[in-house]
Design a protein around this ligand. Structure first.
Ligand code: RTP
Ligand code: MG
Length: 138
């Protein structure tokens, strides 16, 4: 049994559309445990660090502008295989592949405004939890 932690974040479009409660509810009903949460506005510097792996991609500027455009709801969740199961619950990045029943599949039609972020690996989870909540949240 792999009990692990992941970093999840409702993006500015999801906060604006008042989807925070629904998203928290989905993860609680699944059986995961909320460990940390805060409503915050991401600085340009934090956005660039968070999405550093995409810094050479053509959409990087738009991505940083979007994620800093309004408050996000940052969270740490714990549970069995929560990193990969959380990604399944989010749905695919490509809106043509995000299935109904997933968060993106239910609430988003575009790749840019896609409601939620989730760590994509153990290493990403460790890095992102530390970046947003400090090492003590690991
Ligand atoms: P995220 O990091 O936000 O959880 O999303 P993800 O893992 O599903 O996707 P990733 O490949 O990490 O991309 C990060 C975010 O960049 C935007 N994106 N735009 N225009 C494009 O082709 C494109 N590709 C990716 C998306 O908003 C994606 O969530
Ligand atoms: Mg990603």
């Amino acid at each position: 049994m792999a009990i692990e932690k992941t970093f999840l974040m409702v993006k500015p479009d999801g906060v604006e559309r008042q989807l925070v409660g629904d998203i928290v509810d989905r993860f609680e009903r699944k059986g995961f445990t909320l460990c940390e949460a805060k409503l915050m506005t991401i600085t340009e510097d934090l956005a660039k660090q968070h999405y550093a792996e995409h810094s050479e991609r053509p959409f990087f500027g738009e991505l940083v502008d979007f994620i800093t455009s309004g408050p996000v709801f940052a969270m740490v969740w714990e549970g069995e295989n929560v990193i990969s199961v959380g990604r399944l619950m989010m749905g695919a990045t490509n809106p043509l592949e995000s299935a109904p029943g997933t968060i993106r599949g239910d609430y988003s039609t575009t790749v840019s405004h896609n409601v939620i972020h989730g760590s994509d690996s153990f290493a990403s989870a460790q890095r992102e939890i530390t970046l947003f909540f400090g090492e003590e949240a690991l």
